[in-house]
Design a protein. Structure first.
Length: 558
């Protein structure tokens, strides 16, 4: 067999990954990764994507993971190519996404001697991966212990479940690099089950807290998580459920799902529940997180992870289990219902929804434009959100939409947003809403429109700079603000659309915008940073007046 040991090691690795559920791989071209790339390409069932930019490629893989709920691999050559994976690896780690990072490397004798395209890649992602291994070179050494099988079994426990997250294989190769492409018998598919983790959780302390009544549920980022039992529990116990947009609950036809938590808690925080159940990752809302950090009520965190997200405050109890398992068991408890508790929040939510609705119809700013466009999306659509203002406008204004919001809220960075959305667009109908700075930051990701013929609608809110900073104290330093934070780019994205093969529309903020039929579109909306700030401030004041007027009529306020 040509290059026998290299072929066996690499083919066995790729076969094992597929058998454990890695069915898609994103490859960035390079010489040292030749054996891996070729093995993936000749695998009978592996789906491959070729992406020339490693940073964008890794975020593209995160989009595939979000869309499919399956682990996805990325492969690159040696040297700084691997370094470009770092932003996506850190996002995957915090978001617990099973990204399989495979970095090709120079052989050991070419490390740390000044050889070209060689950097120290061993443990280079050590702060942001759940598992990592530096592979041995493929040679004639015969070991009674099958190294590749062991690595794949150990890594597979991080492909799903409470320990889900990125893993890193660093694989050095000596020349010649071309494997025996005829050895396809080594790639025969044999599905395997990954290692699983099981733990028994004691719910009795929670049941004792529930006897207090007047509980509250706050649901954060639960992208792709089944929460059907939570809805049943809330109905039985008549508890308000404040749903973050990334909870994927706001489209539910349930009176217990409240969509205005951020706006309400900005103006009123004098609520003292008997207990609070937090579900999933932390919410987007700064106002809600500040209230959670200050309130004295006992808090229960339901999060199926070994390492809980304790922000914004360490919970009194962490339930390491799925939300459905938790609420299915708790629903059996006899409810302690405080008449008027849920009704208070239902009334306040209705008041805030009404004010926001009036604002959407009467004001033109980024938030209201977002709301009008989001209402045009359907239940099977994905609305992918840039960090900074788009996700915050979604939290405020996405009160009656049908689409499913997604976002990279692990590290909350602006990098890789375009690429992640493009990855999701392989499997879903995606509309991306993004600011001009974030769009510029990942324009390389648009190349997948040409390489893979991916359709996606991209709405660029162009306020010519970093709009989020206009809401921060830095805005008061007028002499420094525009250069350090405003950072106007003065870019015309029509040229970007032409470069990457997108249809293009340009609108002013006051235009009535109708989303085009699904395809490859860039829709640029020209907005104004200061007008957006003013509009948000006016909305908050109108909500404040309406909420306090409602509370003055309701003596059951807590």
């Amino acid at each position: 067999m040509k290059n026998e040991q290299l072929t066996k090691q690499v083919f066995k690795t790729i076969k094992g990954l597929y058998d454990y559920g890695v069915h898609e791989v994103v490859i960035s071209p390079g010489s040292r990764s030749t054996p891996l790339a070729m093995a993936c390409e000749v695998h009978p069932k592996m789906t491959t994507y070729i992406h020339p930019d490693e940073r964008s490629a890794a975020f593209f893989a995160l989009g595939l993971i979000k869309a499919t709920k399956r682990p996805v691999a990325v492969i690159c050559t040696s040297g700084t190519a691997a370094s470009n994976y770092m932003p996506a690896v850190s996002e995957a780690f915090i978001s617990r996404l099973p990204l399989v990072v495979i970095t090709s490397d120079r052989p050991h004798e070419l490390r740390n001697v000044g050889a070209p395209q060689a950097i120290n890649q061993v443990r280079m992602f050590t702060n942001f991966v759940n598992y990592e291994v530096d592979f041995p070179l493929a040679d004639d050494f015969q070991s009674p212990h099958n190294f590749v099988d062991a690595v794949l079994l150990q890594a597979s426990r991080f492909f799903s479940g409470p320990e889900s997250g990125p893993v890193h294989f660093n694989m050095p190769f000596r020349e010649p690099l071309v494997p025996d492409l005829s050895a396809t018998e080594l790639l025969t598919v044999e599905p395997k089950s990954p290692l699983t983790y099981q733990k028994t959780v004691d719910l009795e302390p929670v049941r004792q807290l529930m006897k207090r009544g007047s509980g509250m549920i706050i649901v954060g980022d639960c992208q792709n998580v089944d929460l059907s039992q939570l809805l049943l529990f809330a109905a039985i116990h008549q508890l308000p459920v404040f749903a973050d947009p990334l909870s994927h609950l706001r489209h539910q036809d349930s009176p217990y799902i409240l969509s205005t938590g951020d706006t309400l808690f900005k103006v009123y925080k004098n609520f003292n529940p008997g207990y609070i159940i937090r579900v999933g990752k932390p919410v987007v809302s700064k106002a809600v997180n500040q209230w959670l950090a200050a309130v004295k009520s006992p808090q229960i965190l339901v999060q199926n992870t070994l390492q809980p997200d304790t922000f914004p405050v360490v919970p009194d109890i962490h339930l390491e289990m799925t939300a459905n398992d938790c609420f299915r068991q708790l629903a059996e408890e006899s409810p302690v219902i405080n008449r008027g508790w849920f009704e208070l929040f239902a009334h306040l939510n209705a008041v805030v929804v009404n004010v926001i609705g009036q604002h959407i119809h009467s004001v033109n700013d980024e938030g209201t434009i977002f709301a009008r466009l989001a209402r045009q999306l359907k239940e099977d659509d994905v609305i992918f959100l840039g960090n900074s203002m788009p996700i915050r406008d979604c939290d405020t204004f996405f009160i009656d939409g049908a689409a499913r919001p997604y976002c990279n809220r692990g590290a909350n960075g602006i990098d890789g947003v375009v690429s992640t959305a493009m990855g999701m667009a392989v499997h879903k109908k995606v509309t991306l809403v993004i600011g001009d700075i974030s769009f510029f930051h990942d324009m390389n990701g648009l190349i997948m429109r040409k390489l893979e013929d991916i359709d996606i609608r991209i709405i660029v809110m162009n306020n010519n700079g970093g709009g989020i900073f206009s809401y921060l104290p830095q805005k008061e330093e007028e002499l420094l603000f525009e250069r350090l934070y405003g950072t106007p780019l003065d870019l015309d994205f029509e040229h970007t659309a032409k470069l990457y093969g997108f249809n293009y529309q340009r609108h002013e903020i006051y235009d009535k915008i109708q989303l085009p039929s699904f395809g490859a579109h860039i829709i640029e909306v020209m907005t104004n940073r200061q007008d957006n700030v003013t509009a948000h401030e006016e909305l908050t004041e109108r909500v404040r007046e309406a909420v306090y007027a409602e509370l003055s009529l309701n003596n059951t306020a807590r």
